[in-house]
Design a protein around this ligand. Structure first.
Ligand SMILES: NC(=O)c1ccc[n+]([C@@H]2O[C@H](COP(=O)([O-])OP(=O)(O)OC[C@H]3O[C@@H](n4cnc5c(N)ncnc54)[C@H](OP(=O)(O)O)[C@@H]3O)[C@@H](O)[C@H]2O)c1
Length: 300
């Protein structure tokens, strides 16, 4: 295992660590460092309301950019609205950054997520995200869930209309299967898919393989299994200690090695965790280490 930076992240503000993860051209023209940041955790409990420490949330975002992160994932439904508002406060006018957002989920309370793919609602939420983020065009607009109560062609069709009007640049999907990706690709170019995927939860392998072969970005949500893969008493602790890395760093390095279209977006509300996670970009696993980690994590 080649590790250059994870040993320490103190005083690295002039280094762009995320660039060590390599780049990917989203939609063929938006070039991002593959290790990005997920902004869902910059909200309250149950992804509802403001975060416990808003100042720290702003610091997390600014530190991410200092460390070379230039791909940030959010959604209208995170808070709702809070995540996008904090991103604007911290990072507007987003020079050199790609901000991806999503629509298609209603929020009626903490931890409650209800799909709604009514095309008019998707348009409304695009308009509101444009306003909240303070941009004329959203770089990557993702359909958060396909709503089976509306034809896929109507949901994607509305995003195509928004793209044709210059309100969004690229279209992405979230929590889809291979058939849905292929059906959507019959309607419009799809720049990315975003599904749950990490060392211990790999149900999305077929989608990842399809995305890899089609050059579609694959954004794995829950890259740290929302915590357990990063835990000191978790399955990766022993092997991490042997390699002078942390469990979170190994989980992220494994994802980066898994596919060139992989764009992990670990989320955190703390600068210290952010620095640790970004430093994973500098870890290169051997093929043997990759296989060992896959076996140790006990995928389902
Ligand atoms: N498309 C979808 O349906 C969907 C669903 C869920 C999430 N997402 C996106 O995916 C992103 C990532 O998912 P996620 O944030 O839920 O899960 P995650 O990145 O796997 O894990 C985040 C959790 O792990 C903790 N953590 C982060 N780094 C750590 C470290 N180095 N050591 C110990 N703990 C650490 C965080 O707590 P602290 O805050 O204490 O660090 C947080 O609770 C989200 O932010 C969001 O943008 C998309």
């Amino acid at each position: 295992m080649r590790t250059r930076a994870p040993r320490t992240v103190v005083g690295v503000s002039t280094q762009a660590l995320a660039s060590a993860s390599g780049t990917f051209a989203l939609g063929g023209d938006l070039i991002v460092n593959r290790l990005g940041f997920g902004a869902m955790r910059l909200t309250g409990k149950g992804v509802w309301g403001p975060p416990a420490d808003r100042d720290e949330a702003v610091k997390v975002l600014r530190r991410a950019v200092e460390l070379g992160v230039n791909f940030i994932d959010t959604a209208d439904s995170y808070g709702p609205y809070i995540s996008e508002e904090i991103i604007r406060e911290a990072l507007h006018p987003y020079t050199g950054l790609v901000i991806a957002t999503k629509a298609g989920l209603l929020r009626t309370g903490p931890d409650v997520w209800i799909p709604l793919g009514n095309p008019s609602y998707l348009r409304q939420e695009c308009e509101m995200s444009l306003r909240r983020l303070g941009v004329e065009t959203i770089d990557l607009f993702q359909l958060h869930r396909v709503d089976r109560n509306f034809p896929l062609a109507d949901q994607i069709g509305e995003l195509v209309a928004l793209r044709n009007e210059g309100k969004i640049r690229h279209i992405g999907l979230s929590e889809v299967d291979v058939d849905q990706l292929n059906a959507a690709r019959q309607i419009a170019p799809i720049a990315s898919v975003q599904n749950m995927y990490n060392l211990s939860a790999r149900a999305a392998e077929p989608l990842l393989d399809a995305a890899t072969s089609q050059g579609v970005g694959f954004i794995p949500w829950f890259p740290l299994a929302a915590g357990p893969l990063a835990a000191p008493d978790g399955p990766l602790q022993k092997i991490a200690a042997a390699h002078h890395a942390t469990p979170a760093q190994l989980a992220l390095a494994w994802l980066l090695k898994r596919s060139p279209v992989m764009l992990p977006i670990p989320g955190t509300s703390r600068v210290a965790h952010l620095e640790e996670n970004v430093a994973a970009a500098e870890i290169t696993l051997s093929d043997e280490e990759f296989e060992t980690l896959a076996a140790v994590a006990g995928a389902t």
